[in-house]
Design a protein around this ligand. Sequence first.
Ligand code: AHG
Ligand code: MN
Ligand code: MN
Length: 343
Amino acid sequence: MDHGTTLTQFIIEEQRRIPGATGDFTSLLNDILTACKKIACAVNRGGLIGILGSADTENVQGETQKKLDIISNDVMINSLEWTGHLAGMASEEMDDPLSIPAMYPKGKYLILFDPLDGSSSIDVNVSVGTIFSILRCPEGVKEPKVEDFLQPGTQQVCAGYAIYGPTTMLVMTSGHGVNGFTLDRSIGEFILTHSDMKIPADTQEFAINMSNQRFWDVPIKRYVDECIEGKEGPRKKDFNMRWVASMVAEVHRILTRGGIFMYPLDSKLKAKGQTGKLRLMYEANPMSFIVEQAGGASSTGTARIMDLQPNDLHQRVPVVLGSKVEVEKVVAYHQEADKKAVA
Ligand code: AHG
Ligand code: MN
Ligand code: MN
């Protein structure tokens, strides 16, 4: 029986199209797949093996860690550190980058990951995921330091996420479009089910945490107000709203049927001294690469996210991503508000 194209087969065939490719990248992706399958297993068994709930520890960003945050982070490290394809790793859950232990060979890539995105909702059984971003280690660097990881999103070699939902899927790009693979548990392989995913340019669905409305800046307030005014308002069409509080689930929905996702910088975050909610290196950059490759757009509201020069491994940024026409509208509203402020 033909089960279809496996992800391994897909990436090997892609590799054959790149002259001089050594297979290193293909092997690295395979190791990531294995890690995601292990995390999918842990997430799936959840309460059965007593791994739901908090771990009573905090990460570098002062967020309470879930047991599954720590388990997923350990799975990523244990699956990737020994393989010889990486020069270093950085994770949302670790203060500093992790060096490859001396007993293992070093490779030419760097990986950054959010081991379990949406984990604050893990106990209520919604879709969560793993997000990853792959960069080249700068030439000649043997022991990568923080600054070696601080490359703009445009430098990403590959980005992807695994989503642990009703089915486990892996969605990735290496700069030639976006493809989605579904885990067939009967054979333990990811099978190509969503080839060349595209985000429709227009949408009638927005995603934002409405409870923060009173803290928003003018452009975001204006955009959302107009969506809510629907057919009677300036947009002349009704909008629908979704908020899963799990970025992987929101991005996956947008890749599937369009939409816009926003986590803006608001006065509540500013009061805490934060520059946004979502993390540039582990969330915003990889998701922006995927969204742009699927024909969508991704911005802070004033700048393309992938053009930002990172200044900190755990930097946070405002995020507006999804259907191009809608993202451009939000950007235009920011420009208009800036003009008014100057006038
Ligand atoms: P994480 O679980 O990795 O900390 O990320 C959660 C993020 C993101 O996935 C989601 O969009 C957002 O936080 C939800 O924020 P609110 O709880 O403020 O809605
Ligand atoms: Mn996250
Ligand atoms: Mn996380």
